[in-house]
Ligand binder design. Structure first.
Ligand code: URP
Ligand code: ZN
Ligand code: ZN
Length: 468
């Protein structure tokens, strides 16, 4: 059980707003107080447990607003369960995930959501919430959206890609946006022109272009940018806010920037894979490129500058992982000889906080911006703030003691995700999660897992707190 009172002493507390040399007192799962090192208040505190954070950062637990534990996709399922995936999240300093429940075509939102509640119930290591994937927008599901918002499932993902699976046409998208404009829900958009992409897939395969790298070639930048533009215009017509997921291309960032310059409530998320990986990986020989098949796809390296710039200028607000792992053996291999059968998705829930810390050292981000895009803004965007995403009195005691000087090498041999490769294999990172508290309970103790399946609680969410 958690110590009723824990004192974290001597660290540098970093939030999106501040960097302060302060001790942090937690009590019964919440943050009770902060006070300057050596101050009379801090010296007066007694605690059941004292953690020495001297020379360490004390940061809010990460909020990963885009994961797919156990997602059924392409005839198989993402290899991390809620149990293994949330444990890996804890190892990587993420203490809240927002995963995607899926509506199956012909079925209700209720049935999909209940199935996802059941998968996660009693097995998660850290806290979790749900978005809802809308695969079948009709009168019934539109009405159900209202009830879900009241219930704490306040965001809905729609797909302009994957015809025949998750795809919604423009009419359905507009209806869902109109509904969300009324009920306070936030539409999350997978913006790629899936109808055009399917034509290019068919042509590529007919011409014998079957290797993983063609996955990237057919999913063209212009088809991401066009869909992003179209989604923004539909959201304008509906008067609804829009959150574009997994933005990968410079031209898509430009569309979001133009919309924001008009003062629209349009937001963008990118993911570590687009910031750190590129078509170089997708082109790896001997089918190794399959490890890097995801949608939107990895882009040529030149796109990364626009993504980093977007994160700095707040044209992109969030970095989530889109964690959707498939093992190379037996899963990615389903697409040997036909790239369109490679299950889409990359692992990353464990690596996000570290990769972004490396980005701080590499000069892409400030420390506070690191915490903003990985903790505070995702919490605000998805109605979890200030309970999650910050270190302040009253917030959940989700706290990471981060050693900014530790050296590590990302690898499948040391990671905790249930997948047989690491997308960042061999990458050297300075900085490492040392200790993690989830609602006051130490779940990683100086790099030993001390958490348990079932500690993580379902968190009903409020509506978006990021609107202008
Ligand atoms: N991104 C991806 O390749 N797989 C997960 C499903 C999605 O987010 O579109
Ligand atoms: Zn998507
Ligand atoms: Zn996704």
């Amino acid at each position: 059980m958690s110590s009723a009172r824990t004192l974290i002493r001597g660290g540098l507390v970093i939030t999106a707003a501040d960097e302060i040399h302060a001790d942090v007192l937690t009590e019964d799962g919440r943050i009770a107080a902060l006070a300057a090192h050596g101050s009379a208040a801090a010296e007066s505190w007694t605690a059941d447990r004292v953690i020495d954070a001297t020379g360490r950062y004390v940061i809010p637990g990460g909020v990963d607003a885009h994961t797919h534990m156990e997602l059924p996709f392409g005839g198989t399922s993402a290899s991390d369960t809620f149990e293994t995936g949330t444990r890996a999240a804890a190892w990587g300093g993420t203490t809240t995930i927002v995963d995607f429940a899926v509506q199956s075509v012909g079925h209700s939102l209720r049935a999909g959501l209940d199935a996802w509640y059941a998968k996660a119930d009693g097995v998660c290591a850290v806290d979790y919430g749900f978005h809802m994937i809308l695969s079948d927008v009709d009168e019934r599901s539109l009405k159900e959206m209202d009830r879900l918002v009241e219930e704490g499932v306040t965001s809905f993902k729609l797909f302009m890609a994957y015809p025949g699976v998750f795809y919604s046409d423009d009419g359905r998208i507009l209806r869902a946006m109109q509904r969300s404009a009324r009920n306070g829900g936030l539409i999350m958009m997978h913006a790629e022109n899936g109808i055009a992409i399917d034509v290019l897939v068919e042509q590529a395969l007919a011409e014998g272009r079957t290797d993983p790298r063609y996955h990237g070639e057919v999913r063209k930048v212009v088809l991401e940018a066009e869909a992003t533009h179209r989604a923004i215009q539909l959201a304008r017509v509906a008067g609804a806010p829009l959150y574009v997921v997994h933005v990968s291309a410079d031209e898509a960032v430009a569309e979001i920037t133009a919309a924001r310059d008009k003062g629209l409530n349009v937001f963008g998320e990118t993911c570590p894979q687009y910031l750190f990986l590129s078509t170089d990986q997708l082109a790896e020989p001997d089918f190794e490129g399959a490890k890097y098949v995801c949608s939107t796809p990895l882009r040529p390296k030149e796109h990364q500058a626009a993504l980093w710039r977007g994160l700095r200028t707040n044209d992109l607000q969030v970095v989530s992982t889109d964690h959707c792992p498939f093992c190379f053996t037996g899963q990615k291999e389903l697409g040997r000889g036909d790239f369109s059968k490679i299950p889409n998705g990359l692992p990353g829930v464990e690596n996000r906080m570290d990769l972004l810390h490396q980005a701080v050292l590499d000069g892409h981000l400030t420390r506070r911006r690191w915490i903003e895009i990985a903790c505070a803004t995702p919490a605000r965007m998805f109605g979890l703030y200030p309970r999650k995403g910050t270190i302040a009195p009253g917030a959940d005691a989700d706290i990471v003691i981060y050693d900014p000087h530790a050296e590590q090498t990302l690898s499948v041999t040391t990671h905790h995700m249930n997948v047989d490769y690491n997308a960042y294999e061999g990458r050297r990172i300075t900085g490492q999660v040392e200790t993690v508290l989830s609602r006051g309970e130490v779940v990683i103790d100086q790099r030993t897992y001390t958490g348990r399946a079932g500690h993580g609680r379902y968190i009903p969410r409020g509506t978006c707190q990021y609107l202008v």
